[in-house]
Design a binder for this molecule. Sequence first.
Ligand code: BES
Ligand code: ZN
Length: 468
Amino acid sequence: MKRYPFRKPLLSVALVAGLATSTFGIPSSSFAASQVETSALTKEDQKIVQSVNVNNIYSHISRLSSQPRVAGTPAEYNAVQYIQQKFSSYGYNVQIQPFTFEAYVPPTTLSLDVKDDNTEYTPQYLTYTGNGQAAGELQYVGLGTEDDVKDLDLTGKIALIERGNISFAEKVLNAAKKGAEAVIIYNNEDGELNGTLGGANDAYVPALSLPKDVGEKLAKKLQDGETVNAEVTVEGSKLETRTSHNVIATKKASNQKKDTGEIVVVGAHHDSVEGAPGANDDASGVAVTLELARVMAKAKTDTELRFVTFGAEENGLIGSTKYVDSLGQNDIFRTRAMFQLDMVGSKDAGDLVMNTVSGQPNTVTDVAGDASERLNGEQTPYGQGDRSDHVPFAEVGIPSALFIHEPTEPWYHTPDDTIDKISKEKLQDVAEIVGAGVYDIAKIDRLTQNVKKPKPMKNVSKEVQDVK
Ligand code: BES
Ligand code: ZN
């Protein structure tokens, strides 16, 4: 864990500013006079540290995490309105960017009945399963690879397949190609199997999953030569067109003469998964974004700042992809850096890292790493990671990074992702590092102090295109 009590600069700024107390308690015994190094902080860092109020961040999280915010639902729109209203109240020009997407709707009916068997089966669906009713003999198909099915005729049968080696989608397609009416995949480890076929496909037959012990019992019967007849029903699995929204708050460069023409984006996603209040994922990122917008509202910059919250991240980075798609070539070229804040406040997660899609450092990790060094006396490490809204930016060559604590907390995507698991210290730390990093790029005349001109747009690399 980070040694927060040794956050020298916070103390030093508090001293410089003559503040009696900092936002949250720091044991005074942790500080020797020799540790106080005001010189490490730029005046812009000091402004950030003095202005960030972690209680504002906490209160945004509290408000946003009062309910799950599934993309395309009224609850997500309610969050959008809250965010818009906050940005507007700080004096930003706010744009709401609507977009449609195909949301997956789970089956309304899902059942497995096995003849002459009084076990009550409670299968799970594989996301994007086909619909239908299938009655037939169960056939054990091993791992369901092409090789496993090559000599089989599964016409009229229900394939029983073990998890492992190849994707669920490949298993289902291999069995369906051989005529299977339905597919049951059972787990190869303890616990429920909540899998996805990755996307809709008309070739999918009804596909459901069972826990390891339940699946193994059925497999054993078949391997012992027993005939097992079963019936599978899946109804209501479908895609539905829904509307989600991005919220975009813009502040132009303060001084037209010095305007570099560059843009810096700070982003987070406001949607959550079904059933999860998403206090950390990602009300935390939205709340820090809002607070940085408030803190930077009157800052003198030679760079345009955009604070953006994205919708439908959990459905496949859809809002951020729409945002990037809506940028002209010129705006893509002008966007100098993108800071993505996702899961930045959990007490139960590890330390802060900055993940880039390539795993290589870039402008974002450089400036935030240096900010962290000035603020905390150590560089925030960077690593490789996609899985969030920085990806579409990286794909068009915009230097971007995901700020996240790793390893992630056990409450990720569960109903327990609630405000009581949020650490104010972590929020404050991330807000300071990102705020100071952003300000370092955006402050007036930064280009003449440290010449790092934007690079021409790179071609999307193969590696990036393959990110799912
Ligand atoms: N906040 C997570 C991303 C995340 C979680 C990154 C854990 C690293 C560790 C994000 O909201 C999420 O769940 N993303 C999806 C991917 C997306 C393309 C649907 C994921 O990781 O499953
Ligand atoms: Zn997230």
